[in-house]
Design a protein around this ligand. Structure first.
Ligand SMILES: C[S@@+](CC[C@H](N)C(=O)[O-])C[C@H]1O[C@@H](n2cnc3c(N)ncnc32)[C@H](O)[C@@H]1O
Length: 291
């Protein structure tokens, strides 16, 4: 078992006394270009976006009909904010946040570009906040501001104190609001290294991706731990999907692997099927506190 997945729940929440925890939230300011190219420059990113679009857009369309108005949506640690911008194009009200100004500059350029090809450009309702999500409360128009949907995608694993974000959600979600939580799945690290024969990495309990540019998080949170947080905060999961349940595991690109559209079609299908979805490189959980 690797270092990350063997981390106990208590270890993750309470730093050890013998080893002072020097973790800090990780701003992507220095790696914005690298992130854009590596994560969203190819099929990997297309799969990630395809699964998130399917899960989130269907929910928002349904909720909009139920509540009879566009949704108020917050995206924390939004990065390039592709999904948030598309939701704004669909007419929803967005608050987009990231600690990194470089990331949000890219997102703003993307929003402007999308807006140019969209006749309703002038009507895009997006407010941008460059700050740690922890400072949003004091910056929002009203610190009791509530949202119908909060998106938190690939942020948990980069936070010094990930569980603290649950209190923030509690405070800022409406009573019927939903949480779209997407996070790196540490089980996928083990499984991929098993397939690739990187047993040395799995045997090395001290292993950390120490390259400053690495996009493999050193502090991922296991699915069981996230589920325990959701349960403790009285959330019910309405949907759980796996993102990239087979694409990253296949060293041999043969047959259907040579057809990107077919790969996305299969990823979408298996992203929702047991047991495959639990091996996704990322997991997406949509949860609500609704009775
Ligand atoms: C892996 S990226 C994910 C970006 C985007 N949500 C996505 O799924 O593509 C993590 C983002 O979280 C941001 N971040 C890290 N700590 C943060 C904090 N405390 N508050 C807000 N954003 C933060 C980073 O700057 C980075 O843009």
């Amino acid at each position: 078992m690797n270092h990350e997945s063997s981390q106990s729940v208590n270890q993750a929440i309470t730093p050890s006394i013998n080893q002072p925890d020097t973790r800090t939230d990780r701003s992507f300011d220095a790696i914005a270009d690298h992130f854009e190219k590596k994560v969203y420059g190819g099929l990997k990113g297309d799969i990630r976006l395809a699964v998130l679009r399917r899960d989130i857009f269907a929910y928002c369309t349904q909720m909009r009909e139920i509540i009879g108005r566009p949704l108020r949506i917050l995206d924390v640690g939004a990065g390039l904010a592709q999904i948030a911008i598309e939701l704004a194009i669909q007419g929803h009200e967005l608050i987009i946040n990231d600690i990194s100004s470089n990331m949000l500059e890219k997102a703003q350029a993307n929003a402007a570009q999308c807006g140019e090809s969209n006749q309703d450009n002038a009507k895009l309702a997006i407010n941008w906040y460059v700050c740690p999500y922890q400072e949003l409360e004091e910056k929002l128009a009203s610190n009791t501001e509530k949202f119908d949907l909060i998106m938190c995608h690939a942020l948990l694993e980069w936070l010094a104190e990930p569980v603290a974000v649950m209190d923030f959600f509690n405070q800022h979600l409406t009573e019927n609001g939903a949480l779209s939580l997407c996070f790196y799945n540490p089980a996928s690290f083990d499984y991929r290294n098993l397939i690739m024969g990187n047993f040395n990495l799995l045997d090395n309990t001290e292993y950390k991706a120490d390259n400053k540019k690495s996009l493999t998080p050193n502090h991922p949170v296991a699915k069981e731990e996230v589920e325990s947080w959701l349960e403790a905060h009285h959330y019910q999961t309405i949907l759980a999907s796996g993102l990239r349940v087979f694409h990253d595991y296949s060293p041999l690109k043969r047959g259907g692997h040579n057809d990107p559209e077919a790969v996305i079609r299969m990823e979408l299908r298996y992203s929702q099927l047991e047991p495959y979805k639990w091996l996704g490189r990322y997991l997406h959980i949509l949860a609500t506190r609704q009775a």
